[in-house]
Design a protein around this ligand. Structure first.
Ligand code: ARG
Length: 499
């Protein structure tokens, strides 16, 4: 199609008369005797971005033509001509041969205008009972429904990578993956709260914590998709259709499971966009937090991971730099995605019922969010897949004071109430600080000066591996719990991929 993606380009196109085959007539021109102001024309034109829905618009029109024929508003011949004509328009759009007219406000107008040029009279019957109001809501749902499946696939792949990166063979079958995961489990990192070293955890546990976020994003996506599966077409401008169109069949043909029951609601409802924008924001927030962790972990100060050069860039001034741009862009795009969400809620908040032109703002928010999320999912996938874990640096970052909680649990096992045990472990921390030694260097006598409950077996506390293996209850950071998580996630992945 001879229209640029860029909004300023389309303004130039609007001004460049040579670009157009003819002035054309506006769909709604009947009651107007004055020409539309040029600036309003520019502002009103959504074709520059809504052309992305051309396929769905044609799909919707083809199904609608069949519905009109069934209802007796088109003869079989007319319907056939419309079908063939729409095919041709689709080919022109696909091959970028579609010539734009100045009157082509949006993709709906453009396609109908071209159809009339190609087949004449039958084209003028296609809009019987239909309005761009129910048409646009239907097109958007069709577009989003199919794109959400693509996003879901990326999320599943990324989740898979969180599992796979535990293994050295990226495309291993499940059994091998789990076996490999078992052998690679054991790399410990400091777990943080408030970004302060808290307790030792397994590197795999950290990775899987994001797999769980992504699983929830997928679960939520299914719900959003389910609610989106309601066809607005057949609602007219706002009052419905005065002709007997079989909406149930129409919905089925377009792949919707249901259709709307209130025409006023149908044409003014953009909750599916708002839900998509929120869902995308939350998914992006998860990617952004993953990115933030990895930005920290890949810094010299932490050194837990090394990012692949394929996912970093350098500095034009400082030769030594290897910057985690992939992760920073994920974090940055998240702000943008969230901005689209907030912005669109502001568009909606004061609108009177049914369709208002403000709703046209839905498209840029939807497309931009889709593009941004798709790109950060792809980049997140690559970054997680190609990074290397530096086991030595991870281990070196573990410090004995991270075992203070285990010291309290030791006392709990000796019969001390937890609050008391917590207090006593705190006293051991103070003692070690006063003595200027790490806790494991305190003698049994020194420990006994805090509590008589300390015995020889306290020594086993000062072992990080022993520490993590204590957390065996489902959800904890022990190896058995991690293997369990992997099983559950893999089962879910297989189920999700099959469905
Ligand atoms: N381009 C318009 C939009 O996206 C299509 C609907 C136009 N409806 C109308 N009543 N002017 O919102």
């Amino acid at each position: 199609m001879l229209v640029s993606e860029n909004i300023s380009d389309v303004c130039a196109v609007t001004e460049n008369k040579e670009h157009f085959k003819g002035e054309g007539t506006k769909l709604w021109g009947g009651r107007f005797s004055q020409k539309t102001d040029t600036f309003l024309d520019k502002l009103n034109a959504s074709i520059v971005y809504d052309k992305r829905m051309w396929y769905e618009d044609i799909q919707g029109s083809q199904a609608y033509a069949r519905a009109l024929q069934r209802a007796g508003f088109l003869t079989e011949v007319e319907e056939q001509e419309i079908q063939k004509g729409l095919e041709l328009v689709g080919q022109e759009l696909e091959l970028d041969k579609f010539k734009l007219h100045q009157s082509d406000e949006d993709i709906h107008t453009a396609i109908e205008r071209r159809l009339k040029e190609l087949i004449g009279l039958p084209a003028t019957k296609l809009h019987t009972g239909r309005s761009r109001n129910d048409q646009v809501a239907t097109d958007m749902k069709l577009w989003l429904k199919s794109r959400l499946n693509t996003l879901k696939k990326y999320i599943l792949d990324l989740t898979q990578h969180c599992l796979i990166s535990l293994s050295t063979v990226a495309s291993s079958p499940v059994q091998i993956l789990v076996e490999r995961a078992k052998t690679e489990v054991g790399i410990l990192i400091p777990g943080y709260t408030h970004l302060q070293r808290a307790q030792p955890v397994q590197w795999s546990h950290w990775l899987l914590s994001y797999a769980w976020y992504l699983k929830e994003d997928c679960d939520r996506l299914l719900q959003v998709q389910e609610r989106m599966n309601i066809m607005p077409l057949g609602s007219g401008a706002l009052a419905g259709i005065p002709f007997s169109i079989n909406r149930s069949l129409l919905a089925k043909e377009l792949g919707f499971t249901r259709f709307t029951y209130n025409s006023m609601n149908a044409v003014g409802n953009r909750d599916f966009i708002a839900e998509f924008l929120f869902w995308a924001s939350l998914t992006a927030v998860h990617l952004s937090r993953l990115a933030e962790d990895l930005i920290l972990y890949s810094s010299r100060e932490f050194g837990f991971v090394s990012l692949s050069e394929s996912h970093c860039t350098g500095s034009s001034l400082m030769p030594q730099k290897k910057n985690p741009d992939s992760l920073e862009l994920i974090r940055g795009k998240t702000g943008r995605i969230y901005g689209n969400n907030c912005g669109f809620m502001m568009v909606l908040k004061g609108l009177p019922s049914t369709y208002n032109k403000d709703l046209q703002e839905d498209k840029q928010a939807m497309f931009d969010t889709y593009d941004s999320l798709e790109s950060i999912l792809q980049v997140a996938m690559g970054t997680v897949k190609t990074l290397m874990v530096n086991e030595e640096s991870c281990t070196a970052a573990l410090t004995p004071n991270m075992l203070a909680t285990d010291l309290a649990y030791y006392l709990v096992r000796k019969g001390v109430a937890f609050r008391e045990a917590h207090h006593l472990a705190g006293e051991v921390v103070i003692l070690s600080e006063k003595q200027r030694v790490d806790m494991p260097s305190l003698s049994l006598e020194q420990l006994k000066s805090v509590s008589e409950k300390f015995e020889d077996d306290v020594l086993k506390i000062w072992d990080y591996k022993h520490s993590v293996e204590q957390y065996q209850t489902v959800g904890g950071t022990s190896t058995s719990s991690i293997i369990h998580q992997i099983h559950v996630l893999e089962e879910w992945l297989h189920f999700s991929e099959e469905n």
